[in-house]
Write a protein that binds this ligand. Structure first.
Ligand code: M6R
Length: 369
């Protein structure tokens, strides 16, 4: 069943290019328009929505954090992202004009289910982004956009995460299309970028040997920190979550801009710090800021593991280890930047003798609150 791989997780990491392509399949017509027929929420409701609220747990929550950037950028609708387990206990403000997006691989996560029930009771429309046909969350939602990752067996979510991102990008563009904030050409450009991203993920996978060697060399460490900015921040959170659940190590993700507000006190000689670097093209301010962050932590002895675009030379002098990813538009970068972090966590856990498909204390779907 593992198709020659040592674990389901490795198999599922390798399946990501196909999972991404499958999730795009049939959702763009010959004229380059998005045809999300499954989004059965009437156009009028989508046009009138004045707020988007995303609820999810764990890795799906990280996909939601990234989706927020895309939704707000492409639609200009304010978007909040909340952990499903916190959502209903704070008496959230919801009404008929709120579009709630519930993201869940399994479709059975109890916290997410309770959050969407609460939202519907308040009159909000709920759209599920889900990987499991006919599961409870899509059945109880107004509409569903399925991710086509195929069954995900390993407890640590990998290919489901990438397809959740793809589904959220499509949804954001579709909302823009319906509301008229995004026009043909812009949608085409992003769709073109999305269409080739499976190949980029494949290229990343082909170059992972040094990441594996690095992971093995860090097997006796206690702590690894992850830093990012903009969409790289949720990628950092996801990298840290993978390491916690698989390697049972202390791992934390921070927004790089927060360093000076506390976390930099953690930096000591030889502490591994993974930094996700935004593209130097486009939003170059972000890029320059993170290069100074790398300099700051390195000056304090950190061992810097830098994930940066091909051709980004500015980071070279400050990177103890450099992991190259293909040049990708900023909003889509998480699709390629997350992959080395998955491989890193999987290899490090294996080196520590852990069972990667079934980490201790965890279940694939959490059906209790
Ligand atoms: O099935 P779901 O997407 O609703 O699951 C949510 C989380 O339990 C899940 O992503 C969890 O955090 C993973 N083990 C992370 O790898």
């Amino acid at each position: 069943e593992k198709g020659g791989y040592a674990s389901f997780m490795l198999k599922e990491i390798a399946e990501q290019p196909k999972a991404v392509a499958d999730t795009l399949l049939g959702r763009i017509d010959g004229a380059g328009r998005l045809t999300l027929d499954e989004v059965r929420i009437p156009g009028a409701v989508l046009r009138e929505a004045d707020k988007v609220v995303i609820v999810a747990c764990g890795t799906a929550f990280h996909a939601g954090l990234i989706a927020k950037y895309a939704i707000e950028h492409w639609t200009r609708i304010p978007c909040e992202v909340e952990l499903a387990s916190e959502f209903r206990y704070r008496d959230p403000i919801l009404d008929q004009r709120t579009l709630v997006i519930a993201i869940s691989q399994s479709g059975e996560t109890m916290d997410t289910l309770m959050a969407l029930r609460h939202a519907r009771e308040q009159g909000a429309k709920v759209l599920a982004v889900c990987n499991t046909n006919g599961s409870t969350i899509p059945r109880e939602s107004d509409a569903v956009l399925y991710t086509h990752a195929g069954p995900e067996v390993a407890v640590a979510s990998t290919k489901a995460f990438l397809t959740q991102l793809v589904a959220c990008y499509l949804l954001a563009l579709y909302l823009g299309q319906v509301r008229g904030t995004q026009w043909g050409d812009e949608i085409h450009a992003v769709v073109r970028d999305l269409a080739r991203i499976g190949d980029d993920v494949e290229r990343v996978l082909e170059t992972m040997e040094p990441v594996r060697a690095l992971a093995r060399s860090l097997a006796d460490k206690d702590t690894v920190l992850f830093l990012g900015r903009h969409v790289g921040y949720p990628v950092a959170l996801e990298g840290a979550l993978k390491l916690k659940e698989l390697a049972y190590m202390h791992a934390e993700g921070f927004a790089a801009g927060e360093l000076k507000h506390g976390p930099i006190a953690l930096v000591e000689e030889d502490l591994p710090v993974v930094v996700v670097v935004p593209s130097p093209r486009g939003r170059s301010v972000l890029h320059d800021k993170i290069v100074s962050n790398i300099q700051e932590i390195r000056a304090r002895g950190a061992r810097t593991i830098v994930i940066a675009e091909e051709g980004d030379d500015a980071v070279v002098p400050y990177a103890d280890h450099l992991v190259r990813i293909p040049a990708t538009p900023t909003l889509l970068q998480p699709l390629v930047a997350t992959v080395p972090l998955q491989v890193f966590a999987c290899e490090l856990a294996t080196a520590r003798g852990n069972e990667v498909d079934q980490p201790r204390n965890l279940a694939k779907s959490v059906t209790v609150e």
